[in-house]
Design a protein. Structure first.
Length: 82
């Protein structure tokens, strides 16, 4: 439905990875909350309430680059590093 440029095998592997991440959870209350959240995610995706970018966040590794080093006096002063 979202026309992703990802092979089905990679999607299945990512879903498996998410299940494996929570393999050791044994508390019934926590499991019920996780099931509810998963159901909400599925409903939002199937109803097309999520855009392609929301779905791609599961597969991409979006690293935010560090901010550039501040060299002027005021920036250092505001950061308490004069």
């Amino acid at each position: 439905m979202h026309l992703l440029d990802i092979p089905v095998s990679q999607i299945r592997a990512k879903i498996r990875e998410e299940f494996e991440k929570n393999r050791g959870v044994n508390d019934l209350g926590v499991v019920n909350v996780m099931i509810g959240k998963g159901q909400m995610e599925l409903d939002e995706t199937l109803n097309m309430w999520k855009q392609k970018t929301h779905v791609m966040r599961y597969f991409g590794n979006y690293d935010i680059p560090p901010p550039p080093e501040k060299s002027d006096f005021l920036s250092k002063f505001y950061d308490n590093r004069s």
